[in-house]
Design a protein around this ligand. Structure first.
Ligand SMILES: Cc1cc2nc3c(=O)[nH]c(=O)nc-3n(C[C@H](O)[C@H](O)[C@H](O)COP(=O)(O)OP(=O)(O)OC[C@H]3O[C@@H](n4cnc5c(N)ncnc54)[C@H](O)[C@@H]3O)c2cc1C
Ligand code: FES
Ligand code: FES
Length: 471
C-alpha cells in the first residue's frame, strides 16, 4: 500500500507503485487543475510540490508529476493547484492576474505551483531567485515578461520573511491555506504507521528507479506494470560526506542536493552555476546522479563532470559490493559494466587539493532546458609552473561519455602554454569519433571540443592564456 497526503487528505492506495503521479491525480482523484502538456518533463504544466521530512524538518520542492511514480510519493505531502486554494484567489494567483500573466491559462497552474514552491523554500527572496524558480515552466502565449512581473510581485510578498519557517510565514501572510501548519505532524504520524515498504532492495533483475526523469520519458507506457526497485528514498543511497581524502555521494542524491551541499560548494564554488545549464528546477529536484551515470547518454552532463574527478562507483547486488572507475563503466553506446541485479549504492572521488583547478563547459542549442551538443570538464593540478596531472572528459564526441586519456596524459609534466594546449587538442581530436546528428555535424562538434578545451585554460589561467591570442 502506498500512503501519502494529497493536499489536505490522506491517501492510501493499492494502485501499482509505478503509476505516474500525474495520472493518479487527474484520473483517480479527479483533480484536473494539474495539466498534461508534453509528458516529458519539458513544459512544467504538470508541476506539483513534494513535501517530505528531512532530518525531522519539512522541506518542499517542485517536481514534474508526469515523470514521478506514485511509489516515490510514499510518506510525502503532494500539493496540487487545488491544494493551495483559498476562499478567493491566493496572492500568487492574484499576482498572475494583476500582471496579465495568463492568457489561455493552460500553463498557469504550473507557474503558480513553481511560485508556491518558491514561497515554501528557504531561498533568499530576490528577483533573480524567484525568476529562476519558474525555469521549468513554458508558456506559449504571454511572451514571459508579464509572468516575470508577477513573479517579482510574489517575491515582494516574501521580503519580511527573515528567519521564520517558510510554511508559517506563508500561512500567516495568507499566501497558503492553514492546513500547511499541520503537515509536519501529520507526516510524522504517517511515517510512524507506514514503515517504508518500497525501500527494500531485492536482488531480482528488476527495474531500478531513481527520480524517473529518464525512465518515464523512455518507457512511459510500460513503467506502470514494471516490477520496480525504488531507490530514490533509500537512506543508504543518500548523503554527501567526506571520509579521509575522499568525498562520498549517495547514488540517489539529486542534482539539487548537490547544488545545496556546503561540501560541494566549498570544493566546486561554481557548481550551482554549471547545474543551471542542466535541465530545470523541477527536473533537478528529482534527477539523481546514478540515473545520469546509468542512463549512459554520451552527453550526460554530470557523467562528464564526475569523469574528470576520477570518480569510483560502488556497485552492490544487495549482498556483495564491488568498485569500478566511472571511466571503465562504459563499454559502448548505452552499454555499461553492470549486471542486471546490481545497482549503484555510492560513488566517491578524491578531494581536490591545493593547486588543483576545475572547469566545466557546455554548449547546447538553447542555453537553458537543453541537452548538450558538446560538453567537457577538466581537472588540472599545477605544481610550480608545471602541470602535474590533468583529466579531461568530453561528451557528444564519442559513443559514450569519454575520458580523453591521451590528451590528458599529453599535458602531464608540461607548462601552460599555447603550444601545449594546441598539442593536447590535437591528441583529443585523434581519440574522438563524433557523428553528425540533430545537435550538429561531425565537423562542428570537433570544432566545439577544440574551442571548449581552450575555454578551460582561458577560464582557469587568465594570467597565462589570453582569449584573443588562443582563439
Ligand atoms: C526535461 C528534461 C531535461 C533534461 N536535461 C538534461 C540535461 O540537461 N543534462 C543531462 O545530463 N540530463 C538531462 N536530462 C536527463 C535526466 O534528467 C538525467 O539523466 C537524470 O540524472 C536521470 O536521473 P533519474 O534519477 O531521473 O533516472 P531514472 O529515470 O530513475 O533512471 C535512469 C536509469 O538509471 C537507472 N538507475 C537509477 N538509479 C540507479 C541506481 N542507483 N543504480 C543503478 N541504476 C540506476 C535506471 O534503472 C535507468 O536505467 C533531462 C531530462 C528531462 C526529462
Ligand atoms: S506534462 Fe510537460 S512537464 Fe509534465
Ligand atoms: S497562457 Fe497560454 S500557455 Fe501560457
Amino acid at each position: 500500500m502506498i500512503k501519502f497526503i494529497l493536499n489536505d487528505k490522506e491517501i492510501t492506495t493499492a494502485e501499482s507503485p509505478g503509476l505516474v503521479l500525474l495520472d493518479f491525480i487527474r484520473y483517480h482523484k479527479n483533480l484536473k487543475g494539474t495539466k498534461i502538456g508534453c509528458r516529458e518533463g519539458d513544459c512544467g504544466a504538470c508541476t506539483v510540490l513534494v513535501g517530505e521530512l528531512i532530518d525531522g524538518e519539512l522541506r518542499y520542492r517542485s517536481a514534474t508529476s508526469c515523470l514521478m511514480a506514485i511509489g516515490n510519493a510514499n510518506n510525502k505531502h503532494i500539493v496540487t493547484i487545488e491544494g493551495i486554494n483559498m476562499s478567493g484567489l491566493n496572492p500568487i494567483q492574484q499576482a498572475m492576474s494583476d500582471e496579465g500573466a495568463t492568457q489561455c491559462g493552460f500553463c498557469t497552474p504550473g507557474f503558480v505551483m513553481s511560485l508556491a514552491g518558491f514561497c515554501l523554500s528557504d531561498k533568499e527572496a530576490t528577483e533573480k531567485n524567484v525568476i529562476a524558480s519558474i525555469d521549468g515552466n513554458i508558456c506559449r502565449c504571454t511572451g514571459y515578461k508579464s509572468i516575470e512581473r508577477a513573479a517579482i510581485l510574489v517575491n515582494e510578498l516574501l521580503r519580511n520573511r527573515n528567519t521564520q519557517s517558510s510554511e508559517q510565514y506563508a500561512v500567516k501572510n495568507k499566501l497558503l491555506p492553514e492546513y500547511f501548519l499541520n503537515i509536519k505532524e501529520r507526516l510524522q504520524n504517517l511515517i510512524a504507521n507506514n514503515p517504508i515498504t518500497n525501500n527494500k532492495i531485492t536482488n531480482n533483475p528488476i527495474t531500478n528507479l531513481g527520480g524517473g526523469t529518464d525512465l518515464y520519458v523512455q518507457k512511459h507506457d510500460t513503467m506502470k506494470d514494471a516490477e520496480i526497485n525504488f531507490l530514490f528514498d533509500n537512506k543508504k543511497l543518500k548523503g554527501i560526506f567526506i571520509d579521509g581524502n575522499n568525498c562520498f555521494i549517495g547514488a540517489s542524491c539529486t542534482v539539487t542536493d548537490l547544488m545545496e551541499s556546503k561540501i560541494i560548494e566549498k570544493y566546486f564554488p561554481h557548481f550551482a552555476q554549471y547545474s543551471k545549464l542542466v535541465s530545470s528546477t523541477p527536473i533537478r529536484n528529482i534527477a539523481t546522479l546514478a540515473g545520469n551515470f546509468v542512463n549512459a547518454s554520451p552527453i550526460g552532463d554530470f557523467t562528464i563532470f564526475f569523469l574528470s574527478l576520477n570518480t569510483q562507483l560502488i556497485l552492490s547486488d544487495g549482498t556483495n559490493k564491488r568498485e569500478i572507475a566511472l571511466r571503465n563503466f562504459y563499454k559502448g553506446y548505452k552499454s555499461i559494466d553492470k549486471k542486471p541485479e546490481e545497482y549503484i549504492e555510492q560513488f566517491y572521488f578524491p578531494l581536490p587539493d591545493e593547486g588543483t583547478k576545475f572547469n566545466f563547459e557546455k554548449v547546447s542549442k538553447r542555453t537553458h532546458l537543453d541537452i548538450a551538443s558538446v560538453n567537457t570538464a577538466m581537472q588540472i593540478k599545477i605544481v610550480g609552473d608545471k602541470i602535474s596531472g590533468a583529466i579531461i572528459s568530453a561528451g557528444g564526441v564519442f559513443a559514450f561519455p569519454k575520458y580523453l586519456e591521451n590528451a590528458s596524459n599529453y599535458l602531464s609534466g608540461k607548462n601552460i602554454s599555447e603550444e601545449n594546449i594546441l598539442g593536447a587538442i590535437e591528441m583529443a581530436q585523434k581519440e574522438i569519433a563524433p557523428i553528425s546528428d540533430a545537435r550538429g555535424s561531425e565537423e562542428y562538434k570537433r570544432l566545439l571540443l577544440s574551442q571548449l578545451i581552450k575555454a578551460h585554460f582561458i577560464v582557469l589561467f587568465p594570467d597565462k592564456i589570453l582569449a584573443n591570442e588562443l582563439i
